[in-house]
Design a protein around this ligand. Structure first.
Ligand code: GLU
Ligand code: ZN
Length: 483
């Protein structure tokens, strides 16, 4: 069988972790079986629609680095892939269901429906939803009212008895009594717009979708979808409802837990590889004893059998760890290119390509996020302000001793061959011994003078990058400032 899967977002918000997980699993499933992955824009909800959300969708996936085979931007044999361009198809099919006796026109106006709702809320009857008032209308009578220009919606006839079931590829048999399925949902609104349910099923059919991997939120709609397939006489796709994504407190992942939109992660200095790798593991496992998988491995290893039924817990710390790992894997040029926009955004004057590349070995192991770079690298790009006096003073010593140590350093440093770091270190060790100081005590104020901070990337490597003259000048400036 030719596997065809789809990601079918509604552009009513920015792309978030849940959506990316759905898209990724569909993509991986297609790739694992040599199938086709389709993007379909479900933009039937025109009140919450915005162009910027469509743009955000494209930006997100181009940043993440994986894409669909067919879609609005790519075209394909089932074009158009935007529901608002397919309205005629939905109307035609809703009408076909009416003709087949599987759906009917409902003329109930908002006034009647709201009275019905109010009565249901007051009463203690368990009947909720539409009361199927128009289901009994004689079709000839309905046709006459329509012809006379009366407004009507089209509703699906949910069977009054029996039950509906389907085999979820992950969760197994799911069965609903038909009396518990929403009574006769609207398929086509009176303005001719389809509802999500109708458009979704018609498109999955005509786009020849074989498997629907989607969030568990959609389980309650699935029986109605299966009923609709039957009404059309179509074969439903295989459904696979993915495990929920929860925060660490067991509640559905939301803004309260931290970043959830991909934009936020991107701005927060995450690498797309880290995000993909982490999201792939939300409710799925790939190989025991291994954490890091290039996309090509995920594509090869993905199997529905490897998806868990239990909800996935989103662990920001684990993701941070992944991020650090992927930063470590970057070579100097790629990391420099990733870091540059963050330095620029922080208002730092960013140096030449060569300088930035040479700085990467100093920070690579220390970066958890690309956003750490500006603070960590500022001293390499600008003169640091004089640190607080106490920062210069080694343990159990005083300010005058700190100044003495700086003077000693200012004597050794200019004669060092900074290309030879071990030799420089040896020269400083010898100087420390000469003045009766511990090596660490000598280096501590030097580090603060040169980097502006007690903790910094490796010192001699930093001096190498800054050059002896600049480094010495910073020591002199510190001596002057402290004296
Ligand atoms: N447009 C729906 C959504 O936004 C698609 C649901 C489905 O995959 O069937 O999630
Ligand atoms: Zn009605």
């Amino acid at each position: 069988m030719d596997v065809r899967v789809r990601y079918a977002p509604s552009p009513t918000g920015n792309q978030h972790i849940g959506g990316v997980r759905t898209a990724l699993f569909n993509y991986l499933y297609a790739r694992s079986l040599g199938g086709t992955f389709i993007l379909r824009l479900e933009d039937t909800d025109r009140t919450r629609y915005a162009d910027e959300y469509v743009q955000n969708l494209y930006d997100t996936f181009s940043w993440l680095g994986f894409s669909w085979d067919e879609g609005p931007d790519k075209g394909g044999p089932c074009a158009p892939y935007i529901q608002s361009e397919r309205f005629a198809l939905y109307k035609e099919h809703a009408e076909k269901l009416v003709a087949a006796g599987q759906a009917y026109y409902c003329f109930c106006d908002e006034d009647r429906l709201s009275k019905l709702r109010a009565a249901q809320e007051e009463g203690d009857s368990s009947d909720l939803g539409y009361d199927r008032h128009c289901r009994k209308l004689d079709p000839a009578e309905a046709a006459r009212r329509l012809a006379a220009g009366e407004k009507a919606v089209i509703r699906l006839k949910i069977p009054l008895e029996g039950s509906t079931s389907f085999q979820d590829a992950l969760l197994g048999q799911i069965e609903w009594k038909n009396e518990d399925v929403s009574p006769d949902p609207v398929l086509l609104k009176s303005d001719g717009f389809p509802t999500y349910h109708l458009a979704n099923i018609v498109d999955d059919h005509f786009m020849r979708i074989t498997h629907v991997l989607r969030a568990q939120e959609w389980i309650p709609s699935a029986p109605m979808h299966v009923i609709m397939y039957k009404a059309f006489g179509w074969e439903p796709p295989v459904f696979c409802h993915l495990p929920m994504v929860l925060g660490q407190d067991g509640h559905k992942l939301s803004k309260r837990h931290g970043a959830t939109s991909v934009n936020e992660f991107r701005k927060g200095g995450y690498l797309p590889e880290a995000l993909i790798n982490y999201v792939a593991h939300l409710g799925c496992s790939f190989e025991e004893g291994r954490d890091l998988f290039p996309l090509s491995d995920l594509e090869r290893l993905f199997k529905i059998d490897r998806i868990n039924k239990a909800p996935a817990i989103f662990d920001y710390q684990k993701l941070e760890w992944f991020n650090g790992q992927y930063i470590r894997m970057k070579d100097d040029s790629s990391l420099a290119a990733l870091v540059r926009p963050f330095l620029e955004a922080a208002g730092l004057k960013v140096p030449s390509e060569d300088f930035l590349r040479a700085a990467m070995p100093l920070v690579r192991e220390r970066l958890h996020f690309l956003t750490d770079a500006p603070a960590m690298m500022r001293y390499l790009l600008e003169e640091p302000p004089l640190a607080a006096k106490e920062d210069f003073i080694p343990k159990k010593q005083d300010l005058s001793r700190a100044i003495e140590l700086l003077r000693a350093a200012a004597m050794v440093l200019p004669s060092c061959d900074i290309k030879d770091i071990p030799a420089c270190e040896a020269a400083f060790r010898a100087k420390a011994e000469e003045i009766g100081a511990k090596f660490g005590d000598l280096m501590m104020p030097v580090r603060v003078a040169i980097t502006g901070s007690k903790v910094s990337p490796p010192l001699f490597e930093s001096i190498q990058l800054l050059g002896l003259a600049k480094a010495t000048a910073r020591i002199e400036a510190a001596i002057a400032g402290l004296s």
